[in-house]
Write a protein that binds this ligand. Structure first.
Ligand SMILES: Cc1ncc(COP(=O)(O)O)c(C=O)c1O
Length: 390
């Protein structure tokens, strides 16, 4: 069966080229469409559905959350939000947490917090620097920090004071003027930019440089955080701690939630009124996120992702040796990119026809983001389909 990729023409705005498949159900690592066809899912709602589909505990957490308050606004405290912030602080470098609704919103907030802090050091400190290949979101601030010409061009002029430099310590050093720079934002593992695990030495150099120049180091772990690399936070692989860290995607099990983790020197410069958001950290979302965070922090799950992910990467590398259509394999944990000789979207389509969901990262990279609960058998089934699709 060939699945058409003709966009569906309906009342939804045409911002996505949606395949005309309508999913109605899911179980584990499989999605089921309205015709009853099962698809092995290595997209996971773009790194959101870490626990796969139909997880009994998640369902129960959502039911329990629905029995309580849904929303009261950030004018008042609620227990689930407090608990979630406490847990994130306990498990990370951070001292404070701000909740919001999406990844882009988390990064926009991190830019503001970094600037607020930087201005206490020098009146001219405002510039934000991002790296080649970065993806930080589609809102005005984050779009200026996203290195995808086709996303940027139609919306110029972009927000000022934000620039992109090469992933090279000398270029970054040139860009971070101690008088004017406020923040450097980095995905420790770049996602949309082709699944690139940044070098630990480079990250350490960035840490030293940002400290020396009094520039906030922001890690965007929206895609690579919360267990996807086999550690709760990707930075734990590199021995480098940021000043700010952003999270979203899997945090509330598919419900829209983001978070900004903030270290004390920055947190103490933030005052009431500096930032806000109506829905952020509401009790319903936070209750569900408390459950998800407990699951994603489970050492057994993390060990599974680390070890099974390494095994999966080796199998992909073996496949690359057998198949000259595969150029390079990169990744860590359950986050892999495969550069292909042709166009990635053709591989995505062939996999879809064979009953498997994968996505691309740029024109030439096929991106694999299986649910973190996928077993070796399920990953093997995916490799078999992929071998043909490549
Ligand atoms: C690393 C990274 N940052 C930011 C974002 C933006 O997140 P959202 O789509 O929730 O705004 C994404 C989304 O793919 C991402 O992968």
């Amino acid at each position: 069966m060939t699945v058409s990729t003709e966009p569906v023409t309906d009342s939804l705005l045409g911002t996505y080229k949606r395949a005309p498949i309508s999913f109605v159900d899911g179980e584990g690592v499989y999605l089921v469409d309205s015709e009853g066809r099962r698809y092995l899912d290595f997209v996971s709602g773009i790194a959101v559905n870490a626990l796969g589909y139909g997880d009994a505990g998640l369902r129960q957490a959502m039911h329990a959350a629905a029995d309580g308050l849904v929303h009261v606004s950030n004018l008042y405290a609620t227990q689930p939000g407090q608990q979630l912030a406490d847990t994130l602080v306990e498990r990370s470098f951070a001292d404070k947490v701000f909740f919001c609704n999406s990844g882009a919103e988390a990064n926009e907030g991190a830019f503001k917090f970094a600037r607020r802090w930087a201005r206490t050091i020098g009146a001219a400190k405002h510039e934000i620097v991002a790296l080649r290949g970065a993806f930080h979101g589609r809102l005005f601030g984050t779009l200026a920090a996203t290195d995808r010409p086709s996303y940027r061009a139609p919306f110029r002029p972009l927000a000022p004071g934000i620039s992109i430099v090469e992933r090279d310590i000398e270029d970054v050093a040139l860009a971070l003027d101690p008088e004017t720079a406020a923040a450097l934002i980095v995905e420790p593992v770049q996602g949309e930019g082709g699944v690139r695990v940044l070098d630990a030495g480079f990250l350490r150099e960035l840490r030293a440089l940002t400290r020396e120049r009094q520039v906030a180091l922001i890690f965007d772990e929206i895609q690579c955080g919360l267990g996807r690399t086999g550690k709760l936070f990707a930075y734990e692989h590199f021995g480098v701690e940021p000043d700010l860290l952003t999270l979203a995607k899997p945090l509330a099990g598919g419900l829209p939630m983001g978070a900004i983790l903030v270290s004390s020197p920055i947190a103490t410069t933030i005052k009431p009124g500096d930032h806000g958001t109506t829905f952020g950290g509401g009790p319903f979302l936070a209750s569900v996120a408390n459950y998800v965070l407990a699951r994603l922090s489970d050492p057994e799950l993390l060990m599974h992702v680390e070890q099974t992910g390494a095994w999966f990467g080796k199998r992909l590398a073996d496949m690359a040796r057998r198949n000259d259509r595969i150029r390079t394999v990169r990744g860590i944990g359950f986050m892999w990119g495969v550069d292909v000789a042709g166009i990635a979207s053709q591989v995505v389509q062939r996999a879809l026809d064979a009953g498997m969901l994968v996505c691309s990262a740029g024109d030439y990279t096929v991106r694999l983001l299986p649910p973190l609960v996928a077993s070796r058998e399920e990953l093997s089934a995916g490799l078999t389909i992929l071998e043909d699709a490549f």
